[in-house]
Write a protein that binds this ligand. Structure first.
Ligand code: GLY
Length: 367
């Protein structure tokens, strides 16, 4: 690109690529810097679009943003499929949340009543109703609930589609690392570098390790369950995400560690919980065990908006457990900021300023 770009995005994960796509569609000249697109947290992610099943006590502002982004997913998915000319495993069967033992169910019910109190769509189900929906569930599963609006997508295929859409819209991928913000020459720089954002910006983004397994149904048949299953099994929390091509993603540990080693203990616990809930999974092939690093933040919510002290730099990072579901709303809000200079009120609880004590009124304007 001969002229100075309007926008440089640092990081070609789903968030960075979606911002690049949307900005390019708005007629901006966009470059995306990443030595290995799609090799970060999204490579390991299961792709749950789960504003309900992933809503936790004390995170109601984050839950609001998850719900907002989940509501944008159907349109985002349709537009992306059209723009990329490819599908990416977007499925809308909903999520079943289940408890294996009486204790598991009691723990889960506390969370479900908190979620219902927030007005989230969740319907308790008796064991017989659960098995009507998913006959493959273990007979000893004590009870559950359905979150019909919690969907799924395949993050690896999503990255492929977003990259195609961004490039078709005119964005250019530059396959190299960015060591310092000063190395980037653009009118606006968007830091969407996941855990790498900490070194670039000084923002408090820390790695939170997640170990994830991938199973495959024998003969590449579709798995014998259709819903995403969010389960509690003898005190273990596990999720099971079935794909049409026979893959089942089993996740995930949540560890305050920065290595990506796969440990025998984690594999054991994940498999035991998975097979306790869906016994047929014992017959599946174990095809992958991997670990990724979620970009965690002190309040578990993303960091979105102008970086104080750095005119023209926007943060779009810290998505922690929610990068895939938050991709549409992040892309919309950051693109709006780039294109119009206007900050949507939705951004207010998530700005970098909440972590930068020295921010001043002047710095609240970003360009
Ligand atoms: N969103 C699921 C996870 O981070 O494990």
């Amino acid at each position: 690109m001969l002229t100075r770009p309007d926008v440089a995005v640092v990081g070609a994960g789903p968030v960075g690529l979606a911002i690049a796509w949307r900005c390019a569609v708005n007629g901006l000249r966009v470059v995306v810097h990443d030595p290995a697109p799609g090799s970060g947290a999204s490579r390991v992610a299961a792709g749950m679009l789960a504003p309900v099943a992933e809503a936790y006590f004390g995170e109601h502002e984050l839950t609001g943003l998850l719900a907002e982004s989940a509501a944008r997913w159907p349109r985002f998915a349709a537009e992306l499929a059209e723009a990329a000319g490819t599908q990416f495993g977007y499925r809308t069967e909903g999520t079943l949340m289940v408890g294996l033992t009486g204790d598991d169910l009691a723990e889960a019910r506390r969370l479900w009543s908190y979620q219902q109190g927030l007005g989230l769509p969740i319907t308790p189900l008796r064991p017989s109703q659960l098995r009507e929906r998913e006959p493959a569930l273990a007979p000893r599963v004590r009870g559950g609930a359905v979150a019909p609006g919690d969907h799924q997508v395949d993050p690896r295929r999503l990255v492929t589609a977003l990259r195609a859409a961004a490039e078709r819209a005119g964005a250019t991928l530059v396959p190299g690392p960015v060591a310092r913000l000063a190395d980037v020459d653009a009118r606006v720089t968007v830091v969407a570098a996941g855990c790498g954002a900490a070194a670039l910006t000084g923002l408090p983004v820390r790695p939170v390790k997640g170990q994830v397994l991938r199973l495959r149904a024998p003969g590449r048949a579709a798995p014998d369950f259709r819903h995403v299953i969010r389960g509690y099994a003898d005190g273990e929390s596990v999720y099971l995400v079935p794909r049409a091509d026979g893959e089942v993603v089993v996740g995930a540990t949540v560890e305050e560690r920065s290595d990506t080693a796969v440990t025998a203990g984690a594999v054991l616990r994940l498999l035991r919980a998975a097979v306790d809930l869906l016994p047929d999974l014992a017959e599946y092939d174990l095809v992958e065990a991997a670990a990724g690093l979620r970009p965690g933040t002190p309040d578990n919510a993303p960091i979105l908006g102008p970086l104080p002290g750095h005119p023209g730099v926007l943060a779009a990072t810290g998505h922690h457990r929610h990068g895939i579901v938050l991709t549409p709303v992040t892309a919309d809000l950051i693109t709006e900021l780039v294109v119009t200079g206007q900050a949507d009120p939705l951004l207010a609880p998530f700005t970098p300023e909440r972590f930068t004590a020295a921010s001043t009124e002047k710095e609240r304007t970003w360009n």
